[in-house]
Design a binder for this molecule. Structure first.
Ligand SMILES: NC(=O)c1ccc[n+]([C@@H]2O[C@H](COP(=O)([O-])OP(=O)(O)OC[C@H]3O[C@@H](n4cnc5c(N)ncnc54)[C@H](OP(=O)(O)O)[C@@H]3O)[C@@H](O)[C@H]2O)c1
Length: 310
């Protein structure tokens, strides 16, 4: 197949493109600047330079590639201060709204058979009921104030992709990435915060997180491109766990002191309501559907062993 990957040079793109090339697909990798062309050639992809927020450039890049499949992996998250969640996600939110719309209309013009898009499957789920959510469960109807725009952008992406009846629209709700090129790797923002004891355990640490190694996320994406059906798939590991469980283990693995414990009101001061919600109320996700329907199984089935391989 001819596969157009938007976001080919990112944390997930760098894992995904070589897998697609190895599987015999003709890959067209989109990047923002000419300077990324060499990296794309090295990965075995044909470079397509375009700004994802310019509809004409996107339409042009897609029409040149004439893809059978479009994969949307565009984000621009950078360093995150959870007190200003929506501010730090502003560009990503544009990529998830405008960027999705431009890719979809470019894809429709070329009659692409499948459109696979990156979504998020950790904190967006409803914060009531059981600790682990399936794709059938609703997203949070009342997100923390600083997360509203970000959740709205996620909803926009999902509804636009699932509503595109002219193609097989597939939404992958990835868990929190760890591994090469992510913020949860040696030198990455989150690992360093844990190492320096700047990632405290807030309240009871009861927020449940679902993780996924980026290499496993890439394998699941290949499976979705091949076998996915219109709909949503949680792409997470087998071991959703409360912060109170994974954070001390990670600290120990990084050779750091045990994380500090702070009450919610202190947590709110330095992590904002968004940070407190993620630490105390978030729900995890189940990968049962992805395993069943995509025939995919994460190699790093638990963060317990996976973090040390990151
Ligand atoms: N599920 C998760 O936990 C999750 C999901 C996403 C990201 N993250 C993490 O967030 C951190 C930061 O990642 P990031 O958001 O900076 O993503 P990234 O991994 O650097 O990838 C972003 C991709 O989108 C492309 N892109 C962004 N804006 C574009 C534009 N206007 N036009 C064309 N292409 C554009 C980038 O191209 P260029 O290379 O040309 O800039 C790159 O290929 C990483 O630690 C990552 O692991 C986590």
């Amino acid at each position: 197949m001819r596969v157009f990957v938007a976001g080919a040079t990112g944390a997930i793109g760098k894992q995904l493109v070589p897998l697609l090339v190895a599987a015999g697909h003709e890959v067209h990798g989109m990047a923002r600047s000419e300077s990324k062309q060499a990296m794309l050639y090295e990965m075995g992809a044909a470079p397509a330079v375009a700004d994802a927020l310019d509809p004409d450039q996107v339409a042009d890049a897609v029409s040149r590639a004439r893809p059978d499949v479009i994969v949307h992996q565009l984000t621009a998250i950078g360093a995150l201060d959870t007190r200003h969640f929506d501010r730090d996600f502003a560009l990503t939110n544009r990529l998830r709204t405008e960027g999705t719309d431009y890719l979809l209309s470019a894809g429709q013009a070329m009659g692409v058979r499948r459109f696979v898009a990156q979504s998020y499957g950790a904190w967006p789920y409803v914060r009531t009921g059981g600790p682990v959510k399936s794709e059938e469960d609703p997203l949070d109807p009342t997100p923390a104030r600083e997360m509203r725009e970000t959740l709205a952008a996620i909803r926009h992406l999902e509804q636009a992709v699932l509503g595109a009846r002219w193609t097989e629209g597939i939404v992958l709700r990835y868990g929190a990435f760890y591994g090469p090129g992510t913020s949860m790797a040696p030198g990455g923002q989150q690992f360093e915060m844990v190492r320096r004891r700047m990632f405290p355990l807030v309240g009871d640490g009861g927020g449940v997180w679902s993780f996924i190694h980026v290499a496993d996320a890439a394998e699941a994406t290949v499976a979705a491109i091949k076998r996915g059906r219109r709909g949503i798939y949680n792409i997470v590991d087998d071991d959703p766990a409360p912060v109170a469980e994974w954070l001390p283990v990670l600290a120990q693995q990084l050779g750091a002191k045990a994380p500090m414990r702070v009450p919610r009101f202190v947590g709110r001061l330095f992590a904002g309501e968004a940070g407190v919600v993620m630490m105390t109320e978030a729900r995890g996700a189940s990968n049962a559907k992805a395993k069943r329907e995509l025939g995919w199984h994460p190699v790093h089935s638990s963060w317990r062993q996976g973090f040390t391989a990151a």
